[in-house]
Structure formats: C-alpha cells, structure tokens
Design a protein around this ligand. Structure first.
Ligand code: BES
Ligand code: ZN
Length: 414
C-alpha cells in the first residue's frame, strides 16, 4: 500500500538519492535506517518513511552520521542508526532499494496489527512442572563463569587480526558440554562472506516436528568504539551476558527429553559491524524456506538500569504474538515487570530475522534510556553494577522458548 504522499516522497527521493549515489561509492555517504523522529529533529532529509513503524530511511554524510550518533547518545540510544548499504546491493537506484524495504516493513507491521485486533489475544500460561523444575536448575555461578570467561578475551571484534579465537574455544566448550546429551545434536561453525568471523550454531533436532524451528540467539562479538580508548573490548554486558543466558539454557535443556520441534542455538558473528552473521543466516534460512516458528534475541541482560527484574520488551522489529507470549508466561514463571520500549532501528540480530518475515522477540536489560552506558568501551566489565539475579530472568525466557514453545504447536496466527 503506497500513499500519494509516499509516492511523491519517493520521487523527490529518487532525484536526490541519485545525486548521492556517486558519493556513496567514495564511502562519504551511506544509506541508513533510523528513528523518524531523530531524523526530523536533526533536519536530515528523509528519503522515505514508514509511518506505522516510525522509521525513516536517509542517505547521510559522515557529518550527519555524527550528529545522529550524538543525538541518539544524548537520548540514551546506542548507535542511533543502522547502515543498510548491504541490503542495497543489487539495486541501482537507492530509492528503489528503500521502497522495497519499506513495503516489506509495512507488510510485517500489518501482520502485527492483524494479530493485535484478534479476539483471542489474551494468552494464559498453565504451569508446567517440567519447566518449573528446569528453571530451578539455572546456576548463577555457571552464568558468571561464562561471562567472566568471554570477557577475558582482549577483544571479540570481527575485524580483529584473529577474530575466531573465542569462537573456536566456544565450539570446544559446547562439544564438551553436550557429550552427555541424549538428544540428537550438531555443533557447527558457520562461515560468512561479509566477515571472516564465524557464527556458532548448536542444533537439537526435534522428535515430532523437526521441520519447525525455534531459534535462540545472541551475538558473541564485541567492539571498542571509544575515541582513543584502545582496542580492548571485554563486552561483558554487550554481549557476553546474552551469550551466557543462551549457553546456560542449552546446558539444562540438553539433559532433558528431546524437544518436539528443532531448537537452534546461535552465537552470531559480526553483529557490532552491522548484524553481519545473523543477516546471512536469516537469508539462508529464508532461501531454504525454513519454517522458523519463533526467534529469541538476547543482547545485554546484565545491567538492571530500570531496576532489578524490570525487562524492556522491544516493540520494533519484533512480533506482537511473541511479546504477548512473554507477558503471559512472565506471570507464571518469571514475575518480572515488563515495560514496552523500542530501539528505533534494527539494533540487534532479531532485526535480521524479522526482515525475512520470521516472528521475533527481544527482551532487553532495561528501558533503552536506562541501559548500560559503558558498552563498546574497555569498561564493559563485570562490576558491582552487574546483576546476575536480574540476568537469570533472561535464561528463564530462553528456557521457555526451548522447552515450552519447542514442545507446542503454537505459532503466529497470521
Ligand atoms: N547491544 C547493542 C544494541 C543496543 C545498545 C540496544 C543499547 C539497546 C541499547 C548492539 O550490540 C549494537 O551496538 N548494535 C548497533 C547496531 C548495529 C546495526 C551495528 C548499534 O546499536 O549501534
Ligand atoms: Zn550488543
């Protein structure tokens, strides 16, 4: 559905964007996706916009990028925008690429809207003793150990001279941990074309409906973006924390009965350089027509900026169905306070899956504004402000996905 205003906008865009294409090749400007309000507040020309999700596309100069970044930082956001040059490949006109992405986003937004109008929305979760027992097995000590181990690497940056040291060690740890599992499993490293870093995947094959896939993931890479801050990127919160939630959930699930659906656990490569690993993986799954029922993204779970057990549930690039699912199960198993918020752009790997049309969920450590200000620096360490009791809630969410969703026939109705 294209409105007259949008068509007009795209026309203007086609003219102005074409003018930018030449400079694009010189890397002086790039196509980005950002919060519409941020773009408008800074008077950055919006090439095209999607009103319902409040996102705008723009072609920005380095100066504009800096202004956007500073503005976003001042407003408690992280990078403030997403570089979408990768998605533009294959389209000659920037405006054409934009409009394609926008109609895709609008379509996905419609799916959510349809769901939100459905009368059967209110889900109630019945207590499942097997899940309660699994939740009781969560070990804070194990989670701490994993975060300490991951954050002890000097960096996990995808452009580091040796970007796979921690990746290879992760694979070894997983193999050792899974050796006693009775579930058919497979540990693999996934090669990428956009980065030398590899992603890690553990697949537990489903017993009843192996073609239906539940995905759990977080990015394993880290970055140091501070000026003159050196190269050290411990990334304890961002994202050893989410990685450890997924790891601990796998440890517990791997000792249980085989799930009915297949469960894929991911530790993605190169997220900090533009969702690189997950973008390739989600595209591959889509190309293979994989039936991904749900995707959980855990990225930053250790800093309780809005209070212990206050979970920020990102509302953009995620699905109403899974956000409702979380709220219903929260009452039964987690008892946290869930507050709705948004990133304003595709801030983590869930966006990669969402763009391919798969249902996603991103529970975050706090409200966006209250999140850890030390990420992307050498100070992203385990400190007195780190709270593993808070982080446990996210391991519970991972267990819900792997043991409840993976044993049900529930799926997004539209
Ligand atoms: N963990 C962050 C995203 C984040 C930070 C979400 C603060 C909410 C609050 C993630 O690793 C990241 O830094 N993402 C990039 C975007 C990506 C497309 C390069 C960002 O936010 O700049
Ligand atoms: Zn992150």
């Amino acid at each position: 559905m294209k409105t007259a205003a949008m068509t007009a906008l795209l026309f203007v865009a086609a003219v102005s964007a074409q003018a930018h294409v030449a400079t694009l090749e010189n890397f002086t400007a790039k196509p980005i996706l950002a919060d519409l309000k941020d773009l408008q507040a800074l008077n950055i020309p919006v090439v095209a916009k999607e009103e319902s999700s409040q996102v705008g596309y723009a072609v920005v100069t380095p100066q504009m990028q800096q202004r956007l970044q500073e503005y976003a930082h001042a407003n408690g956001k992280c990078g403030g925008f997403e570089d979408v040059s990768q998605d533009m490949q294959g389209t000659t006109l920037v405006s054409e690429g934009f409009s394609k992405m926008l109609s895709n986003l609008a379509e996905l937004k419609q799916k959510n809207d349809l769901y939100e109008r459905a009368p059967f929305r209110a889900l109630v979760a019945q207590q499942n003793p097997a899940l309660t027992a699994a939740i009781d097995e969560i070990s804070v000590t194990n989670m701490q150990e994993t975060v300490n181990w991951l954050s002890s690497f000097p960096t996990r940056y995808n452009k580091a001279s040796q970007p796979n040291i921690h990746v290879e060690e992760m694979k070894k740890r997983l193999e050792a941990m899974l050796a006693t599992s009775k579930i058919p499993y497979e540990v693999s490293l996934i090669d990428h074309t956009s980065t030398k870093q590899k992603s890690v995947r553990v697949r537990l094959t489903g017993s009843q409906r192996p073609n239906e896939i539940v995905v759990l993931g977080g990015h394993l890479d880290s970055i140091n973006m501070s000026w003159g801050g050196g190269d050290k990127a411990p990334g304890a919160d961002d994202n050893a924390s989410g990685s450890s939630n997924i790891y601990e959930a796998l440890r517990i699930v791997s000792q249980k009965a085989q799930p009915q659906r297949t469960v894929d656990f991911f530790w993605y490569a190169g997220e900090e350089s533009g969702l690189l690993g997950s973008a390739e993986i989600a595209k591959t799954y889509k190309a293979q027509k994989a039936d991904v029922v749900a995707v959980l993204q855990l990225d930053m779970t250790l800093f309780p900026g809005s209070g212990e057990l206050v979970i920020g549930s990102m509302n953009d690039f995620t699905s109403s169905w899974l956000r409702d699912y979380l709220k219903a199960n929260n009452e039964t198993y987690i008892k946290a306070r869930i507050v709705d918020d948004k990133c304003g752009y595709g801030c983590s790997d869930h966006a990669s899956w969402y763009r391919q049309g798969y249902p996603t969920l991103m529970p975050f450590e706090s409200k966006m504004n209250d999140s850890n200000s030390n990420i992307h620096t050498a100070r992203d360490l385990v400190t007195k402000d780190s709270n593993f009791n808070h982080s446990v809630a996210y391991t519970k969410i991972a267990l819900l996905f792997a043991m409840d969703l993976a044993n049900s026939t529930a799926r997004q109705p539209f």
